[in-house]
Every structure is written in structure tokens, then in C-alpha cells.
Design a protein around this ligand. Sequence first.
Ligand code: FES
Ligand code: FES
Length: 157
Amino acid sequence: MAQVSMTVNGKAVKRSVPDTTLLSEFLREHLRLTGTHVGCDTSQCGACVVHVDGRAVKSCTMLAAGADGASVVTIEGLAKDGALHPMQTAFNDNHGLQCGFCTPGMIMSGVDMVARYKAEGRELTEAAIRHELEGNICRCTGYHNIVKSIQDAAARM
Ligand code: FES
Ligand code: FES
């Protein structure tokens, strides 16, 4: 067993878990934060993306013990004081989802890419968004409205 301590959505958490527990499993099964989805468990779909110390990470690719001491943000931690994050609002306004299964991962990846491009002073073009979304798979939308949503959010963030 591993003793794991981290901050999740601003709250300190501590659990004793089997050594092989994935971060995705830790969030969903131990903390009941089921907004982080698991679509493949093989690092391909991106439904499980969360932020670990400010960077987007596929949480099925990381052991919970590997995030010991880290600050983790999940989709549940994006809204502040009842107000949706601009990325969430943009997905809503631009119909950036259909079934919603991929949406938490898309939004967490979107927030990361907008923040990263802004910090680096680079323009987040449509082509760049499409490239950045290579690791996020959507079965429903054809991606066009997801790309529009992230472009819209980039202007609001
Ligand atoms: S569940 Fe992690 S990439 Fe698909
Ligand atoms: S909205 Fe259904 S998988 Fe993306």
C-alpha cells in the first residue's frame, strides 16, 4: 500500500491505496470525483485529462503515488463560486459537445493549451488547436464545435 497526499481542487486529501492505483482511479473511486472519465485506460482517448501542478495530464497514465505532493485540478474544480470557467461557458455557447463523454478531458486540455500559448505569447490558431487536440478523441461531434469553443474561450480567458 502507498500513503498518498495531494491537494485536489484546493482541498488536502490523504489516502492509503494499493501501489498500482492509477490517478484516474484514485480520483474516481477513492474521492468519488467522477467527472474525470475513463474511456480507454490505454492513454489514447484523453477523457481522463486533469491538471497536475498546472499541466494537462492523462490521469490514466500516472500512478496516484506519482502525484504525491502535487496540486491536482479536475473538471469539478474549474467553476469558481458557482460561476463556470470561461472554457465551460464557451463549450456551452458553441455546442461543443453532444454525449459529453469526452467533454471533461476536452475542457481540461483546452484550458491548458490556452494558458500555455498565452504564457508563451504564441497565437493559438485553429490549426494549433487541432494539433493540440490530437490526444483527445470525440466520438460524436466531428470536432468543429470543439475547436470553435476553444477559440471562443481563448478570447474570454
Ligand atoms: S482513459 Fe486515459 S487516455 Fe483514455
Ligand atoms: S461529445 Fe460524445 S464523445 Fe465527444
